[in-house]
Write a protein of this length. Structure first.
Length: 190
C-alpha cells in the first residue's frame, strides 16, 4: 500500500502543472472516484483545511490521504510521492536553465500549459460548488468573495486573499452562532 500511495501521488505530481489548485481535480478523481480512499465530503473538508494551513495545498491533501490509509508511514509515502517529480524536474531545469529558456518549443508549450492549468482550477472550483452544502449564506459568501477577489485583481487594491478568506470564515461563524442561539439547535441548517 505504501508503494501504491507513493506512485499514485508521484503520478499526480508529475502530470499536474500549475500547483496545488490544479492538482485538486486530479486528486479528487483518483482518490475519491477511482480508488475510493476518501469520500467527496472528506475531500472538500481536507481542501478547506489544507488551504487554511501553512504549506502547499497538494502536499497537505496528499499527507491527509496517506495518513488515512496507512498512518504516519502512509503520510510520508504520499507526501514524498507528490513532491519527488517536482523536485527532479526543477533540479533538471536549474542544471540546464540557460539552454532551457532558449528553446522556443518549450516556451510555447508553457503558454498552452497555462491555459490548461486555468481550466483545471476552474473545473475543481465548479465541482466543489456543485457538491457543497447549499444554503443562502454559502451562496452569499461565495458571490461576495468572488466579487472581492475580482475587484482586488482589477484595481490592484493589494488586499490579501487570506484576508478575504478569513473574513468569509468569520462571517460564516458569526452568522451560524447568532442564528443558532435563539433556536437552541446548533449545527443545523436554517
Amino acid at each position: 500500500m505504501l508503494v501504491t500511495l507513493f506512485f499514485t501521488f508521484a503520478k499526480i505530481g508529475l502530470f499536474t502543472f500549475g500547483g496545488g489548485y490544479a492538482m485538486i481535480s486530479l486528486i479528487e478523481n483518483i482518490c475519491v472516484e477511482q480508488k475510493k480512499w476518501i469520500t467527496h465530503n472528506e475531500m472538500m473538508k481536507v481542501t478547506v483545511i489544507a488551504e487554511s494551513t501553512p504549506g502547499p495545498i497538494a502536499i497537505n491533501c496528499a499527507t491527509f490521504v496517506g495518513y488515512r490509509q496507512r498512518g504516519a508511514a502512509g503520510a510520508i509515502a504520499a507526501t514524498l510521492g507528490v513532491v519527488t517529480p517536482s523536485f527532479i524536474i526543477i533540479y533538471l531545469i536549474t542544471v540546464f536553465l540557460e539552454r532551457f529558456l532558449e528553446i522556443q518549443g518549450i516556451m510555447n508549450g508553457f503558454k498552452g500549459i497555462r491555459i490548461a492549468v486555468g481550466i483545471m482550477i476552474l473545473d475543481a472550483s465548479i465541482n466543489m460548488i456543485k457538491k457543497m452544502h447549499k444554503t443562502t449564506l454559502a451562496y452569499v459568501i461565495l458571490c461576495c468573495s468572488f466579487l472581492a477577489m475580482m475587484l482586488n485583481s482589477i484595481f490592484s487594491w493589494g488586499i490579501s486573499s487570506i484576508a478575504i478568506m478569513l473574513t468569509a470564515a468569520a462571517i460564516s461563524l458569526v452568522v451560524s452562532a447568532v442564528s443558532g442561539i435563539p433556536s437552541g439547535k446548533k449545527g443545523e441548517e436554517k
